[in-house]
Ligand binder design. Structure first.
Ligand SMILES: [Zn+2]
Length: 327
């Protein structure tokens, strides 16, 4: 029996959507060496509020997320979603728009206390259950599930950076690869996105990625020389795609109307990385819609050769706009 990849569970924004709040999380305290303490060690250490940061949080956290279920991996309409995500301008406004349409990342969740509530709390208290697990002694209505702005930003930049690598690899842009990739004497690979022209993401610099080839890479390419930029790039891409898909399973899932043994992914961000992998595997091509700027898949497998709009809705909207201009 073969294992199949079926899509992750549902991805959907809560009905009333998300909003940005300023808030803090609780940190377990810092010892003299500056290392954060683990929960158990932290019994003796005073917990502290983390610095105030910006968090994306559902407007109504208790609301059931059951409004607009969609599956990014099987619906043609969302075929280019990973590219839309990676090309997002990493601002609060754009991220909010994306989350309200497609849901939260499904990772990087934290318990956030809004700043005005933090200010009203004199001391942070924990209750310890029998097994020593601490729970923050704070009313539930005062804490919210949140995702930090910087977590969104780094996910967007990370994906943008690796899509740029993929695009350089498949069009064999050796000059570009030579600029961004360094292979040291031990065969470790350093890939630096800052050396590519990626368009600014709020002037934040990308962290260079270091990858050590593993046995499967060595079997495929042998030991790299310091000019094997193409091989080194594929090794970086394989490794990062592999690291970024968070698997759930194997388990038993629906595949059409049948039950199959299957892998699924955790959360939207994993599904987007898997979608990126499918694009690499299938050497898929994308165009940007002339009406809404969304990326959509083109080419024979998508049955959309030469199309310029992502959907009939966008085609119609563009047609109407042209007609209005004439009159
Ligand atoms: Zn469109």
């Amino acid at each position: 029996m073969s294992l199949e990849i079926v899509s992750s569970a549902v991805h959907c924004p809560p009905a009333s959507g998300f909003t940005w709040i300023s808030g803090s999380t609780v940190e377990m305290g810092i010892d003299e060496s500056g290392d954060p303490k683990t929960f158990i060690e932290a019994r003796d250490v005073k917990p502290v509020w983390s610095m105030e940061k910006r968090y994306l949080t559902p407007i109504a956290p208790d609301e059931l997320e059951n409004v607009s279920i969609y599956d990014p991996l099987t619906s043609a309409e969302h075929g280019g979603l990973f590219k839309n995500f990676a090309s997002l301008e990493a601002t609060e406004e754009k991220i909010l728009g994306f989350a309200n349409r497609y849901g939260s990342l499904g990772a990087h969740g934290e318990t956030v206390i809004p700043t005005e509530i933090v200010k009203s709390i004199d001391a942070i208290e924990f209750e310890y259950s029998g097994d020593g697990e601490p729970t923050l002694n704070i009313e539930r209505k005062h804490s919210f599930p949140g995702q930090e702005l910087s977590a969104w930003r780094s996910e967007i930049m990370n994906m943008n950076c690796l899509i740029a690598l993929w695009e350089s690899l498949r069009s064999a842009q050796t000059k570009t690869l030579r600029r961004a990739i360094h292979i040291d004497r031990e065969g470790a690979i350093l890939y630096d996105c800052n050396k590519l022209d990626l368009g600014s993401k709020d002037d934040v610099s990308y962290r260079p990625i270091k990858v050590i080839p593993d046995e499967t890479d060595l079997l495929r390419f042998g030991h790299l020389s310091d000019t094997d930029f193409q091989a080194a790039g594929w090794i970086v891409l394989r490794k990062k795609l592999s690291e970024n898909v968070n698997w759930r399973g194997p388990n038993i899932a629906w595949s059409g109307s049948n039950l199959r043994l299957a892998f699924r992914t955790y959360g939207l961000i994993s599904a987007l990385w898997l979608q990126f992998f499918q694009a690499v595997q299938g050497d898929l091509r994308y165009e940007q819609c002339l009406n809404c700027s969304s990326f959509f898949q083109v080419g024979p497998s998508a049955g959309r050769k030469g199309k310029t709009y992502c959907s009939n809705a966008c085609r119609t909207a563009a047609y109407r706009a042209r007609k209005e201009q004439k009159t």
